[in-house]
Write a protein that binds this ligand. Structure first.
Ligand code: FES
Length: 127
């Protein structure tokens, strides 16, 4: 079994109860990975920041007791496995292992766990 390396992402105070925010984690060979950190019922969860429906940012969504809600069309993603609990999304978002130690939030990006990222934005130039 491959060891996953946990990397520092944020101070615990940056992710208070009921809040979701965007952060970046060094994914090693996978490069930098954009994630949404959300705290629900005291536990911090990490997911890809891109909704699998139409790439809206999950960090702009809302923490619910069932999962992370995408504010664009209302899909809710289970914190544990990233599965969509409600439509329109049909595919899970990538979730990442999280630990909290000494007031620090640490996230691991297992090899091969890099999400596809923003499909359309990647091909659209700005300006
Ligand atoms: S983009 Fe997230 S539900 Fe549509």
């Amino acid at each position: 079994m491959t060891d996953v390396e946990y990397r520092y992402v944020a101070r615990s105070g940056q992710v208070p109860e009921g809040v979701v925010r965007r952060f970046f984690v060094d994914g090693g060979e996978a490069g930098e990975v954009e994630i949404a950190l959300a705290r629900s019922e005291g536990v911090v969860h990490a997911m890809s920041n891109y909704c699998t429906h139409l790439d809206c940012l999950l960090s702009s969504g809302r923490v619910t007791e069932d999962g992370l809600l995408c504010s664009c069309h209302g899909s809710v993603f289970d914190y544990a496995d990233g599965e969509p609990i409600t439509p329109p999304a049909t595919r899970p978002v990538q979730v990442y292992p999280v630990k909290e130690e000494d007031g620090r939030v640490l996230v691991a990006v297992p090899p091969g766990a890099r999400p596809p990222g923003p499909r359309r934005r990647r091909h659209q130039g700005v300006g």
